[in-house]
Ligand binder design. Structure first.
Ligand code: PEP
Length: 264
């Protein structure tokens, strides 16, 4: 069902504020984590001004270290929902566990399945039994076929609204980048599947100075959208401040991305 043989035309996912896939270019932006109502409101206003239609933000965080901040849970979801509504944006947030489905479903417009849960098959099946869009991130050790098979679980269970996000994979060299951004995955996936393919340079790079070059490389390779983390004071971000851009830096990327889009 994910293959172009099954469905030759590009899938276009329609939400209240976004069209994802086909000729559309979708910007998903926001902080790594929902930090407070004031903060998520300010971030929503900033991303809206930059042309984003989807406000990202984690309230259930998949942290490598169990002692790291894990997200504010339901209070974060509430604040996120309020900010998205106030600024006319879709809300997208991560779900890690089937047991959180009802709670997160109550608030979100779009489910995010993170790299670490790309092969959480129970979760994929559950997200397949409803029709809200699912942004499926490539696992850090997943092949392209693994990613497509993970998408297949959601599609096979009945939900056609899946989009894919390349966010970097583990390679032998992670001294200067957190992950290796697999830019070739964009055209390869687009040849193999009709599902929209977006890129997340923030998690690939792990480092602010690399986010713009990787974002623009993804756009040049034909990505149908970007997911980028921002923060007004990156040094104070509760999670992943090192990769967060300021709203002005996001604006700069979008201007350059638009110029690239005119020639690819
Ligand atoms: C995220 O987008 O918040 C995140 C944790 O990303 P990934 O699953 O790609 O690591």
């Amino acid at each position: 069902r994910a293959s172009r043989q099954w469905h030759p035309e590009d899938t276009v996912i329609q939400t209240a504020h976004s069209q994802i896939g086909g000729e559309n270019f979708t910007l998903i932006a926001g902080p790594d984590s929902v930090e407070s109502q004031t903060h998520i409101d300010a971030m929503a206003q900033a991303v809206k001004a930059t042309g984003a239609t989807i406000l990202r933000g984690g309230s259930f965080k998949p942290r490598t270290n169990p002692y790291s901040f894990q997200g504010y849970g339901e209070s974060g979801l509430k604040e996120h929902r309020q900010a998205a509504d106030q600024f006319g944006l879709d809300m997208m947030t991560e779900i890690m566990d089937t047991r959180d489905f009802d709670l997160i479903d109550h608030y979100t417009d779009i489910f995010q399945v993170g790299a670490r849960n790309m092969q959480n098959f129970s979760l994929l099946k559950q997200l397949g039994q409803q029709v809200k869009p699912v942004g499926l991130k490539r696992g850090m050790s997943a092949t392209i076929d693994d990613l497509l098979n993970a998408a297949e679980y959601i599609l096979a269970a009945g939900n056609p609204n899946v989009f894919l996000i390349e966010r970097g994979i583990r390679t032998f060299d992670n001294k200067y980048t957190r992950n290796t951004f697999d830019v070739a995955a964009v055209p390869v996936l687009q040849q193999l599947t009709h599902l929209p393919v977006l890129v997340d340079p923030s998690h690939a790079a792990g480092k602010r100075s690399l986010v713009q070059p990787l974002a623009l490389a993804g756009v040049a390779a034909g990505a149908q959208g970007l997911m980028i983390e921002i923060h007004d004071q990156p040094g104070k971000a509760l999670v992943d401040g090192a990769q967060a851009l300021t709203p002005n830096e996001l604006k700069d990327i979008m201007q350059k991305a638009k110029a690239i889009k005119t020639i690819v």
